[in-house]
Design a protein around this ligand. Structure first.
Ligand code: NAG
Ligand code: NAG
Ligand code: NAG
Length: 544
């Protein structure tokens, strides 16, 4: 069943008019429709067939391995506040990796942590507030050193102990996440094949402790030359993965465990060519093909880039390229964005942690699902740089709030929605459609769907709804910066339906309910806004 959604535009405002205030979005009752204009946007929805089904852990995230550079910072993972925020993002994978993973060596030793993790032992290991305050302060300073190391791609060897592994596992297990551990691929023999001896020690330790987890090997192997003066070609890397798979098969706990790779950078010039060779020899060994993506360089970008639909579209081209390679080299393998964010090099100061970063994040989530990518791992939950989900004080950045709404509202089934015309507007309105999350009771009973939408420009847009959807009640979750206008998007505060989002205390979330709206035939999407519109009684056959 194809339905038409008509999206019309309000007439342009007079110059000098500051425009509607943030939070001033309104629900408009049915009025006679204006006749279609050149600038009208028609959306074509298909509520009857499932286009793709993504993983239950679609929205996942990473911890950058740099957190382990000083073991004491791993204790930050025992923060009450961080665990509260993280639990709300389950189910998800937690990938531990990044540039430093290929310089890390495990030093087995006695473990101090509790052997069996129960909800009681999770409670016991929480960090006392005074220690948390002290660590956060030191961590904020230490980040500067880490960022400098990253800039210079200057990494020293890094030894990590059982304590690091215990704290990482305890965090992921207490928060209900599935841990993916990135092993060092730069431990190599004279013949330039992978030396798995150190990994064997780690697997032994983890099995003895009963840690259920999955594995990766190597981070952005296409830049090993730059980082370490070592060249590993794709076919050799594939053989290294086969060797790791063989190693895993010797451990009862890891015989069936996941192995993901090769975590190559996004396709640019010939950089992704390593993927072709890798798939020739390594495709059998892996459960998903992983690659990384950033839109721009953090030191060389601008607000315009963050609001530019052409830049958002480059991800689509990258996905096409990767899917082509996988179709040829490993047909049917799931494809994951194994590490991704707005800007590489630690993010863009003032942008990657501001409200405006949400356009890249929400568009990436929508686009990746619509192309059938199974998992998207956000760099990073916590770490150095500007693109984290929480700040050095462990308070949420705007993208955290966007993530939590996505997790709560958006289901696994991806539906088709297309724009039939948007004359001359450069796709500044972007929409994606999913069945609502299973957590919403209305999805089975009434075929509830959720429309992900954003407006990248400075004028309000009106969404006209087709009859089937317009007879449904709507729950609207409209996100805006707490400051008006184009500069307002640089704010680090985000409002949900006009109210700034902020934790009540370390264990208590603010009200994240939407605004219930009566059925009507149009919705207003304010300037520079993102929104989830949940249609409770859409009756989508694909969702019931
Ligand atoms: C701890 O785990 C082991 C093995 O997983 C199990 O046999 C044992 O009963 C557990 N002990 C407690 C106290 O839960
Ligand atoms: C991938 O995206 C980047 C920008 O992020 C672009 O420079 C590059 O050309 C794209 N590659 C392909 C193959 O589309
Ligand atoms: C709010 C809004 O519409 N701003 C933009 C929303 O999208 C339309 C259609 O592309 C643009 O014309 C508006 O400027």
């Amino acid at each position: 069943m194809l339905l038409l959604l008509l999206l019309a535009l309000l007439s342009p405002r007079a110059a000098g008019d500051p425009g509607p205030r943030p939070g001033s979005w309104t629900w408009t009752r049915t009025r006679p429709r204006p006749s279609p204009r050149d600038s009208d946007v028609y959306l074509d929805l298909d509520l009857s067939s499932v286009r793709h089904r993504v993983d239950t852990r679609f929205l996942s995230f990473t911890i950058d391995a740099s957190l382990a550079e000083k073991e004491r910072f791993m204790a930050l993972l025992s923060s009450v506040k961080l665990q509260t925020l993280t639990k709300a993002l389950r189910p998800a994978f937690l990938r531990f990796g990044g540039s430093r993973q290929d310089f890390m060596e495990f030093q087995p030793g006695e473990s101090k942590g509790p052997r069996n993790l129960t909800s009681e032992s999770c409670g016991l290991t929480l960090l006392p507030w005074w220690l948390e305050e002290q660590l956060k302060e030191e961590w904020a300073q230490f980040q500067e050193i880490l960022i400098k190391e990253d800039l210079e791609a200057d990494y020293g060897d890094l030894k990590f102990t059982a304590t690091t592994v215990d704290q990482l596992y305890s965090f992921s297990s207490c928060c209900g996440l599935d841990l993916v551990f990135g092993l060092n691929a730069l431990l190599r023999t004279k013949e330039n094949s992978w030396d798995g001896a150190n990994a064997a020690l780690l697997l032994e330790y983890c099995q003895a402790r009963g840690y259920r987890m999955s594995w990766e090997l190597g981070n952005e192997p296409n830049s090993f030359r730059k980082k370490a003066g070592v060249v590993v070609d794709g076919q050799q890397l594939g053989r290294d993965f086969a060797q790791l798979r063989e190693l895993m098969s010797r451990f009862e706990l890891y015989r069936q465990a996941g192995l993901y790779g090769p975590d190559v950078s996004q396709p640019r010039h010939r950089r992704a060519d390593i993927l072709d060779g890798f798939l020739e020899t390594g495709a059998q060994s892996i459960d998903a093909v992983t690659w990384h993506h950033y839109y721009v360089c953090g030191r060389d970008t601008s607000l315009n880039d963050f609001l530019n639909p052409d830049i958002l579209d480059t991800l689509n081209d990258n996905i096409t390229k990767i899917l082509e390679k996988v179709k040829h080299g490993a047909p049917g393998k799931p494809v994951w964005l194994g590490e991704t964010s707005s800007a590489y090099g630690g993010g863009a100061p003032g942008l990657s942690n501001a409200f405006v970063a949400g356009f890249m994040w929400l568009d990436k989530l929508g686009l990746a699902a619509s192309r059938g990518l199974q998992v998207v791992m956000r760099q990073a939950l916590i770490g150095p740089g500007k693109y984290q989900l929480v700040d050095p004080n462990l308070d949420p950045f705007p993208d955290y709030w966007l993530s939590i709404l996505h997790k709560r509202l958006v289901g696994r089934r991806v539906l088709r929605v297309e724009m039939l015309s948007q004359l001359g507007q450069g796709e500044r309105v972007r929409v994606y459609l999913h069945c609502a999350s299973k957590r919403r009771q209305t999805v089975h009973k009434h075929g509830a769907v959720v429309l992900l939408s954003m407006n990248l420009s400075d004028e309000p847009a009106v969404l006209f709804l087709p009859p089937s959807v317009s007879s449904s009640s709507v729950e609207a979750f409209v996100l805006q910066a707490d400051q008006p206008g184009e500069q307002g998007v640089l704010s680090r505060n985000v409002m949900l339906n006009g109210v700034v989002l902020k934790m009540v205390d370390d264990r208590t979330f603010p009200d994240l309910r939407g605004t219930r709206l009566p059925p009507a035939d149009r919705l207003q999407l304010p300037p520079f806004s993102m929104a989830f519109f949940l249609f409770h009684e859409a009756g989508a056959p694909a969702c019931s």
